[in-house]
Design a protein around this ligand. Structure first.
Ligand SMILES: [Zn+2]
Ligand SMILES: [Zn+2]
Length: 434
C-alpha cells in the first residue's frame, strides 16, 4: 500500500513536463514515460537490494555483479572488471551517430546506518549515505528504458558504473581517473558525459549551473618536529604543540588574508595528534587537513602558502617540519556550451520553476576527471519528500533519499542522452524546401 501511494504521487511529479523543450518527438516521450512505469517496480526493488547490501570503495563486488547481469539481460555489450569492479555497457542505437555516456557511482561509506527503513543496511558499519544506490539505480533504470526505444536512438549510449568515487583505500588506485585510464571514454569515443548527485532538496527539482560547480579537493599532512624537555623547563626544548597551534592559527589567515574573497576556498585541519604526557614538552605533532578550491589560481597558490607558513613558524622557533600535500579531485566543470544546449531538456522534463541555479559547492566529486577530458554535464537531483521539514545531509547516518526521486532521475537521464544525440544530428532539411 505504502508503495502504491508513493508511486501515485510520483506520477504527479512527472506529469508536469512541457514537451516543447524536448528534442525528441512526443511519441518517443510518451513511450519513455510508459517504459519508466513498467521498469519502476523492478528498479525500486534493485535500489532497495543495493541499499541493503552496501559495499565500500573498490569492493563493490556484489553490486557490480547485479548491475552487470541486469545489463546483460537487456542485450547490451557489457564489460566488467574495469578499474577493478567497474561495469561499462554499450547500447547501440538504431541509427548511426556519436556516443554519449551516462555515469553512476556504486560505492558506499564506512558509516553505521541509523535509519529504520525495512531495507536498511545489513552490512554493519557500511551504508549508502551518499546516495550512490540511487545513482546506480537511475542509470540502470535508464538502460532498461532506453533499450526499448533503441530504434529512436541516433548514436550510442554508454553506461558507466564506476567504483570508488569516495576514494580508493590507501595504497590502491580507483575511481574515475582509473576508469579513464582503462579506456572508458574510448571505443567508441564518448563525445559528452552526463551525471548527477542526489541533493537533500525537494523531489521534482534539479539544480544546475555552468562552470566550476564543485570544488577541487586536496589533502595534506604536516609533521612538526621540536625537541622534548621537562614541562617545567620549556627553554631547554622546542615545543611542537605550541608550534602546531601557531601553524593552525596562521593557516586560517592563508584563506582569509591571501585568497580573493570572491573566489571561494576552504582550509580545514581535521586531525591533530602529538605529545606524550602532561609534563613533557611535545617532540612531534601531526596535522591532517583538507583544502577545497574552485579556481586553478587558488589550487596552485594555497599549497605554496601552507608550505611557507609551516616552514617559517617552525624554523623561527628552532623546530623542523615537512608537508605532504596531495592533489586529488579537480573541480567539477560543467561545459558552458553543452550546458546551454541541454538545459532546455532539464526544464522540459521538470518544468521551468523546478530547475534552479546552484552556487558552487565546496564538496567534491570525481566526475571532474571525465569533465576534464570531454564536455560534461552534472546536476543535482532533489530527493527530499515534499512536506518533509529537512532532510539529513549527505554522509550522515540518517541520510535517506526518497525513492520517488528515482523515476524522475531516470526520465531526466533518458531525455538528456536522447536529446544530446538528437541535437548532434539535426533532422535533414527537406529537399523540397519551404
Ligand atoms: Zn560522498
Ligand atoms: Zn557521492
Amino acid at each position: 500500500m505504502r508503495n502504491r501511494t508513493a508511486f501515485a504521487v510520483c506520477l504527479g511529479f512527472l506529469a508536469l513536463a512541457p514537451l516543447g523543450l524536448l528534442a525528441v518527438d512526443e511519441k518517443t516521450s510518451r513511450r519513455i514515460d510508459q517504459e519508466i512505469e513498467k521498469a519502476r517496480p523492478e528498479i525500486i526493488k534493485i535500489r532497495r537490494f543495493i541499499h541493503m547490501n552496501p559495499e565500500l570503495s573498490n569492493r563493490e563486488y556484489e553490486t557490480a555483479k547485479l548491475v552487470a547481469s541486469k545489463l546483460m539481460s537487456l542485450g547490451l555489450e557489457v564489460k566488467t572488471g574495469v578499474a577493478r569492479t567497474g561495469v561499462v555497457a554499450l547500447l547501440r542505437g538504431g541509427q548511426p551517430g556519436p556516443t554519449v555516456a551516462i555515469r553512476a557511482d556504486m560505492d558506499a561509506l564506512p558509516i553505521q546506518e541509523a535509519t529504520s527503513v525495512p531495507f536498511k543496511s545489513l552490512n554493519p558499519g557500511v551504508m549508502h549515505a551518499c546516495g550512490h544506490d540511487v545513482h546506480t539505480s537511475v542509470a540502470l533504470g535508464a538502460a532498461m528504458v532506453l533499450v526499448n526505444v533503441k530504434d529512436r536512438i541516433k548514436g550510442n549510449i554508454k553506461f558507466i558504473f564506476q567504483p570508488a568515487e569516495e576514494g580508493a583505500p590507501q595504497g590502491e588506485e580507483g575511481g574515475a581517473e582509473l576508469m579513464i585510464r582503462e579506456g572508458v571514454l574510448e571505443n567508441p569515443t564518448v563525445g559528452a558525459i552526463f551525471g548527477f548527485h542526489v541533493w537533500p532538496e525537494n523531489i521534482g527539482q534539479a539544480y544546475f549551473s555552468t562552470g566550476n560547480i564543485m570544488a577541487g579537493a586536496d589533502s595534506f599532512e604536516i609533521q612538526i618536529k621540536g625537541r622534548s624537555a621537562h614541562g617545567a623547563r620549556p627553554h631547554e626544548g622546542v615545543d611542537a604543540i605550541v608550534l602546531a597551534a601557531e601553524v593552525i592559527t596562521s593557516l586560517q589567515s592563508v584563506i582569509s588574508r591571501t585568497v580573493d574573497p570572491t573566489d571561494p576556498a576552504v582550509l580545514t585541519v581535521g586531525k591533530i595528534a602529538g605529545g606524550t604526557r602532561s609534563n613533557i614538552i611535545a617532540e612531534k605533532v601531526t596535522l591532517e587537513g583538507t583544502v577545497r578550491a574552485l579556481s586553478d589560481i587558488n589550487r596552485k597558490k594555497i599549497p605554496q602558502l601552507i608550505e611557507s607558513v609551516v616552514k617559517g613558524i617552525t624554523q623561527a622557533f628552532g623546530g623542523t617540519s615537512s608537508l605532504d600535500y596531495r592533489q586529488s579531485n579537480p573541480p567539477v566543470f560543467n561545459h558552458p556550451e553543452l550546458g546551454e544546449t541541454m538545459l532546455p531538456t532539464l526544464v522540459g522534463v521538470l518544468g521551468k520553476d523546478k530547475v534552479l541555479p546552484l552556487p558552487p559547492q565546496m564538496v567534491a566529486e570525481d566526475f571532474s576527471y571525465y569533465a576534464q577530458k570531454i564536455p560534461g554535464f552534472f546536476f543535482f537531483l532533489g530527493v527530499k519528500a515534499p512536506g518533509q521539514a529537512a532532510a539529513a545531509p549527505l554522509h550522515n547516518p540518517n541520510f535517506l533519499p526518497d525513492e520517488r526521486s528515482i523515476p524522475v532521475g531516470i526520465k531526466l537521464m533518458c531525455h538528456l542522452a536522447l536529446d544530446a544525440l538528437e541535437k548532434q544530428n539535426p533532422p535533414e532539411a527537406d529537399p523540397s524546401g519551404p
